[in-house]
Design a protein around this ligand. Sequence first.
Ligand code: AMP
Ligand code: GLY
Length: 423
Amino acid sequence: MKVMVIGGGGREHAVIRKLRENPDITELYALPGNAGMAGDAVCVPIGAKDIASIVSFAEDNAIDYAVVTPDDPLVLGCVDALEEIGVPCFGPRSEAAKIEGSKVFAKDLMKKYGIPTARYEVFTELEAALAYVRSCPIPIVVKADGLALGKGVVVARSREEAEDAVRESMENHKFGKSGERLVIEEFLEGPEVSVLAFTDGKTLVPMVSSMDHKCAWDGDKGPNTGGMGTVAPNPWYTPAVAARCMEEIFLPTVQAMNAEGRPFKGCLYFGLMLTKDGPKVIEYNCRFGDPETQVVLPLLESDLFTVMRACTEGRLGEVEVKFKDDAACCVILASRGYPGSYEKGFPLEIPDKLRQQVYVAGAALRDGQLVTNGGRVLGCTAVAETLPEAIEAAYAVAEQVKFENAFCRRDIGRRALQALAEV
Ligand code: AMP
Ligand code: GLY
């Protein structure tokens, strides 16, 4: 079968590696992919948001199945367009991807169906939003309604910071149309857990839990990033918490989307905060997380392609979805300066023996040499029997694949280890 994966980062590399385990897949394409994954898939220079070209490529190459991974094409209707020409897909249609595409939609959905989340207000007028943040309790969280490359959320710890966030979004249009409407919500406290789940719109099967590290620097300091590293499983996510999430959050979300006439198929990502009043939803994503996928999929024992097709065909209840009992850690090697401006084009060497442990997020080919080409460049990943071993092994990989101007957080997994001691 001919399969194409839309997207080009480390998450897509992890999906591609896992798909390759299925011998029925004879040809695997990445659109656009990146030069660092060329050994695992044929990279085709078509952008993930160029839906017309994606559809033509699928038609011209008789593609049998598509995995649409990033948020933009999902929200823009890539799955709808491919299904129209008869290509089955893993991923939600646009109407369901709205659960990530609009925070106002997601918050209203949770309110309507009683799914626990932070209290919030929605604003479309600058003056009203400013008046609100001048009087509300601090800290407060300001969120752009639409997609903003993971940068549309500000946790404001002072009134000034909250006002700045409102002005940046509504007055200076930092996020374009995405920031014309704001959700301003209550600040929640507690450990954060990411749970990705397979769903066919009826059955929902959570994957192994994970923990992201969003801040750029050690000790959770510095600017917010797409994610600087992950570990799985997340020690805070005990069986009791998992059972409660299933009953109060996961299944109600699937049912709510059905009730709204927006059945969700694909990977639904729950960003959760375990507050003293129980688990609450911080955010939904309509897709695999990055870099959560880089620790979750290496722990998947079952065949990914089989599970994905079962989601597409509404048969998820009939297939086995099994995870290894091991632990995994992914350390992101980024370009110095990220998430701000950074230089690109530094040569990149990945020793052959480590290739299977490195997911390439941002690389290009220059005169036959692999060079850095992004903020997040590599995800160094290891699986081991225990979390401390996985963390150590992931850092050992990171030590061996360094490139000029690289940096990584030195404390990925540290909080998880502390949690292990506490839980
Ligand atoms: P998001 O882009 O929605 O994942 O938000 C980025 C980060 O902001 C989350 O991972 C949380 O750490 C933090 N955050 C978002 N919403 C809240 C909230 N209501 N209370 C506290 N922290 C939050
Ligand atoms: N790592 C968080 C995300 O993918 O949104």
